[in-house]
Design a binder for this molecule. Structure first.
Ligand code: HEC
Length: 324
């Protein structure tokens, strides 16, 4: 019994010394550049070509994963296409010390309610992401193109503007525009899952003749290396009322910088035939930092198969030309 108590006491002491080690390691290793408070203001004596990152603010740390930051601190900024000024600590410190210091800086965000970057799953072609993003996306789907601008407001809210063009046999290439809002209603780091409610509004512009509203629910979950993302959408049109629902489900598996995915969409219009369409695709991390990614695939269903593709830039993470 005595021995067990001693062991438990030792373990607790060791754990608390590791916690304390995180902040003393920060002072020793990082504070000259990132600032005493980790807000990215270097000490007056430090000369740097690039402004060091603000590590303390929630909006900077929560969209990233802990592993990504451990990677940057272990291998240095250059390994991720960032500034050489961000040193590599893989030789100076142990893996445990590096994780400790990263956990310490990430603990400086003391606000609750920010969904963690671990739940920022790779974007699927059809399913709306549940994670709020700062992103610019260019999509090609057969003869149609979309440009999407997504911007985060605070912890859980994001708005989105989308413009569409189509170069087909019809003369008017401007296809329409859509405005959307989404709010992350629930997330759990422990359960590796999240759920988001949203609303899309399409005004009568371009080829769209009436107002259309589409409320939706999106969710994502990660289990055993697989990511599953789903969305249910309802349609309402001015004049026609409720037009039907659409359910979408995608499953993917991360393999290095590639994420092969398969999505299925089940369209259930109020009038007319139901339709099942498949979207096999591969998501690809393009930049070393991971802030630029792309996807290539096909739409396979009742209609003739067509190519689908997108490229995205997570502008909240880094400027377009950095991180390569
Ligand atoms: C010699 C100066 C210097 C030191 C010391 C330093 N850093 Fe950095 N760090 C930088 C600079 C500069 C950047 C910005 C790199 C860029 O954006 O190209 C950076 C970027 C980072 C990033 C990337 C942030 C992002 O937005 O993706 C992380 C994480 C980071 N540092 C953590 C640390 C930690 C933890 C330590 C201590 C173990 C540390 N740094 C020590 C200069 C430094």
């Amino acid at each position: 019994m005595q021995r067990t108590i001693t062991l438990v006491a030792c373990a607790a002491l060791w754990a608390s010394s590791l916690g304390a080690q995180g902040d003393s390691l920060y002072v020793a290793w990082c504070s000259a550049c990132h600032g005493k408070d980790a807000r990215g203001t270097p000490a007056a004596s430090t000369r740097l070509a690039v402004q060091p990152a603000d590590l303390a603010s929630c909006s900077a740390s929560t969209p990233e994963t802990e592993d990504q930051w451990v990677g940057i601190v272990t291998r240095g900024g250059a390994a991720y296409g960032l500034s050489l000024d961000m040193p590599a600590y893989g030789e100076a410190g142990t893996a445990e010390q590096i994780r400790m210091v990263v956990r310490y800086v990430r603990s400086l965000c003391r606000e609750h309610g920010w969904p963690p970057g671990e739940l920022n799953f790779p974007r699927a072609f059809l399913v709306e992401k549940a994670f709020p993003e700062n992103e610019l996306v260019m999509v090609a789907r057969g003869t149609q193109q979309q440009l999407i601008f997504e911007h985060r407001i605070g912890r859980r809210l994001q708005y989105e503007l989308e413009g569409r063009t189509a170069f087909d046999s019809v003369h008017r290439p401007f296809d329409g525009a859509t405005l959307a809002l989404k709010y992350n209603v629930w997330h759990s780091a422990r359960l590796r899952s999240l759920a988001t409610l949203g609303l899309e509004a399409t005004p009568p512009l371009g080829r769209q003749s009436v107002w259309e509203l589409e409320p939706f629910l999106s969710a994502g979950v990660q289990r055993a290396g697989f990511v599953m993302q789903g969305q249910v959408v309802a349609g309402w049109e001015n004049g026609a009322g409720f037009t039907g629902t659409s359910s979408r489900l995608g499953i993917g598996h991360e393999a290095g910088r590639f994420v092969p995915m398969l999505e299925a969409a089940w369209e259930m219009p109020r009038t007319g035939a139901h339709q099942l369409t498949f979207y096999p695709q591969v998501w690809i991390r393009l930049s070393r930092l991971g802030h630029v990614a792309g996807s290539l695939g096909a739409e396979v269903g009742d209609r003739p198969a067509q190519l689908i593709a997108f490229v995205l830039w997570d502008f909240g993470d880094a400027p377009l030309l950095r991180g390569w």
